[in-house]
Design a protein. Structure first.
Length: 724
């Protein structure tokens, strides 16, 4: 059951300063919310977008829910039975309508049906309790109402699971499915949640340990089930969802954001390889398992079942036991023992779990708990979050935020890196140079993707120290590719003249580190003088023309199918954070690829693939950086990508900058559009929408409060490109 949430007028005033959406909170609270008949039941805060609250209103003999929705346009309220996203709830909560429906489930006449709402998440789902009186006695059922678009899959998987596990009695008996109402009905079970028993100081510790062992065995038996066509959830998808889910925590606590980035970076560097697939619960924890009066264990809330790694459920349940220990410090030793007993019970049946994978999933589970505390505005628990972050760090080993992603070498340890660099340069130069790193500083880090370090190194050019840039990547393959890209381009079209790429120095495979000489210059998107900006844009066009007209053969090729899958994932990310924009994001993801595939074939040339003004350094020479994604493809891709980011920048980067760029590029190459420029513009605007959503890339400076509007603007721009 949902935790009772603390929320009052002082809390609302405190939260109002975090986000413009929450500034409406003090005036939007129901007038009776501080009285004895109102209690806050559920909250979902999406910074800059909305805050949805559900209040339980208790009356003398019954209760109901009231939903309050806050957005940038104001606040609205509605009774739970009028939820527009749950159209079947009106009838499913009407005793007269329910009486007619449940009559088919019993042999004798139904005398009366009592309907009581139990749980409610506005716009998502609602659980109702039916107390049915028949001639032979009372019966209890639970109904769960879903959104129509989710119902078909949930009903199919739920019915199959209930039938497959019937002999094992793993889940409640399925009493009925009402497609017209988008409702599933299950038999009621009287008992306590396993979570409540494990945290009960009145229950002997030995009994609690035995119960935890049984819980582990139950999970192993659940994992043995099979459901055809259950959706698959990968570790990478889980990490993406987690990154989105932490947006509220970042908005509420800037200092916490740094710790989150460090752990997310470590998680992304250690994503476990795909293991043995099992049927997972999707959100397994002790609070979703009932211990009935007759001692049976039953798994609840199985509408999120999926095919996944076994570590997902194990990590989640262990993380929630840790969270329970944080909230119940006196019971912490017993709960630690329960965690060990649970894992033992699981492994006794299913076999040993790979330790590194379990650590990864357990840390993910802990960060999910952290994210939930902020999304639900549980301010009474925010002071407990550091303990959860410490637990995640302990599970993974203290995060080495200065390390190469996934590597053991501290990139900022001057003595250690001097030894490593000395060996690497000796290998590439043919003789051991006298190399010494004078200083090292971390320039940038992107969780799960890269870390960038600036070294001042004495030795390669004699006594004078020279600046080198080290780029550490999460995968050895990516590091090798970047080094190869730089080598091919520097040895080819960009090794001489005033249009350049960074000069590669060495590849350090063990550290997944690419070393190259630092390029001097000002990023084009930071130049404010109009004449200098236009001159920089024209030079950038000439650089791109030289790349596209070169005969360099890059290792990889652009794939429309692969990019189509990527854009569908981007659309999913946008939809998770901004549900109202899910449909236009999906339409844009599907539309650009369809149009691009129907265009004329274009000769493949070397392309940058992430060419935008921030990657163009303007000085005496013009140097283009960040060639990680370079490959062979349609030249229109780079052209469209650059022009969209010019328009995104506004100011001097508007239509005049775009016109100058296109004019200079066409003169240098003779390029004409073969029908792919507009689709690639649509692709880029969807990419920008995703970056706005996550606050990443060139869009990282966007204020949280403006993100929703900027995401919508990007999607509108993308749709316009497809209509041209």
């Amino acid at each position: 059951m949902p935790t009772s949430l603390l929320f009052d007028d002082p809390s609302a005033v405190r939260l109002a300063g975090l986000d413009p959406v929450l500034s409406l909170l003090p005036d939007a609270l129901p007038q009776a919310a501080t009285g004895p008949t109102w209690e806050l039941h559920d909250v979902r805060w999406t910074p800059g977008v909305s805050c949805r609250l559900a209040y339980r209103v208790r009356m003398s003999t019954s209760s109901r829910f009231v939903a309050v929705n806050l957005t940038g346009q104001g606040s609205t309220q509605h009774d739970y039975r009028e939820d527009p996203m749950l159209p079947g709830l009106t009838s499913a909560s009407d005793p007269t309508a329910v009486e007619a429906l449940v009559a088919e489930l019993f042999d004798g006449p139904v005398r009366r049906v009592g309907v009581e709402p139990v749980r409610y998440r506005p716009g998502s789902r609602c659980v109702l309790r039916y107390d049915v009186e028949t001639a032979v006695g009372p019966h209890r059922l639970y109904a769960k109402a879903f959104r129509p678009e989710r119902f078909a899959e949930v009903a199919r998987l739920g019915s199959t699971l209930a039938g497959a596990a019937e002999g094992l009695r793993l889940v409640p008996e399925l009493a009925a499915v009402w497609p017209g109402l988008h409702v599933m009905v299950g038999a009621g079970i009287h008992g306590r949640t396993v979570s409540a028993v494990l945290g009960d100081p009145g229950v002997p510790a030995g009994r609690r340990a035995r119960l935890a062992h049984r819980l582990g065995d139950l999970l192993a038996r659940f994992h043995e089930q099979h459901l055809a066509d259950a959706p698959r959830r990968s570790a990478t998808e889980q990490l993406t969802e987690l990154t989105v889910a932490t947006a509220a925590a970042r908005s509420a606590d800037a200092r916490l954001a740094d710790r989150l980035d460090a752990v997310l970076d470590l998680l992304a560097a250690r994503v476990p390889a795909a293991g043995v697939d099992v049927l997972g619960h999707g959100g397994f924890r002790a609070g979703q398992v009932l211990l009935s009066d007759d001692g049976r264990l039953t798994v609840l809330d199985t509408d999120g079942v999926c095919v996944c790694d076994a570590g997902r459920d194990l990590g989640t349940v262990l993380a929630h036991l840790t969270w329970q220990g944080v909230r119940l410090p006196n019971e912490r030793p017993v709960l630690r023992g329960a965690a060990h007993a649970l894992l033992s019970g699981y492994e006794n049946r299913a076999g040993a779990v790979e330790p590194a994978a379990l650590q990864w999933w357990r840390a993910v589970g802990l960060l999910q708990v952290v994210a939930r505390r902020y999304r639900r505005l549980e301010i009474q628990h925010w002071s407990d979050v550091p303990a959860l972050m410490d637990a995640a760090a302990d599970v993974l080993g203290t995060p080495q935020s200065r390390s190469a992603p996934g590597g053991a070498t501290d990139l900022l340890d001057i003595r250690q890196m001097s030894k490593v660099l000395r060996v690497a340069l000796a290998r590439s130069a043919g003789s051991p140079p006298s190399v010494e790193i004078v200083s090292a500083s971390l320039l940038a880090t992107a969780p799960g993707r890269r870390a960038v370090v600036r070294y001042s190194v004495r030795g390669p050019d004699g006594v004078q120290a020279v600046p080198l840039i080290g780029k550490a990547l999460t995968e050895s393959r990516r590091a090798r590719l970047l080094h190869e890209h730089l080598r091919l381009l520097y040895d080819g079209p960009f090794g001489a003249g005033d249009l350049r790429v960074p000069e590669p120095v060495a590849l350090l495979p063990a550290q997944r580190l690419v070393l190259f000489r630092e390029c001097e210059g000002t990023p084009l998107d930071q130049i404010t003088e109009p004449a200098d900006f236009e001159a920089g844009v024209r030079r950038a066009a000439r650089w791109l023309a030289r790349l596209h007209m070169s005969d360099v053969v890059l290792p990889r090729t652009f794939s429309l199918a692969q990019e189509g899958e990527s854009t569908r994932q981007w659309a999913g990310t946008v939809g998770q954070v901004h549900p109202a924009l899910a449909a236009p994001a999906r339409a844009l993801a599907e539309g650009w690829a369809t149009v691009a595939m129907s265009a004329d074939l274009v000769k493949e040339v070397p392309i940058h693939k992430d060419f935008h003004p921030g990657h163009v350094l303007v000085g005496d020479d013009l140097c283009v950086v960040d060639l990680d994604e370079a490959r062979r493809g349609d030249p229109a891709f780079d052209v469209a990508h650059f022009c969209c980011y010019l328009e995104l920048g506004g100011g001097y980067g508007g239509s005049s900058g775009t016109a100058a760029f296109l004019d200079e590029y066409a003169v240098a190459t003779g390029w004409t559009d073969k029908g792919t420029y507009d689709p690639f513009c649509a692709y880029t605007w969807l990419k920008i929408a995703k970056q706005r959503t996550l606050g990443r890339g060139p869009c990282r400076a966007t204020a949280t409060a403006r993100r929703a509007a900027e995401v919508e603007r990007a999607l509108v721009k993308g749709a316009e490109c497809l209509r041209r």
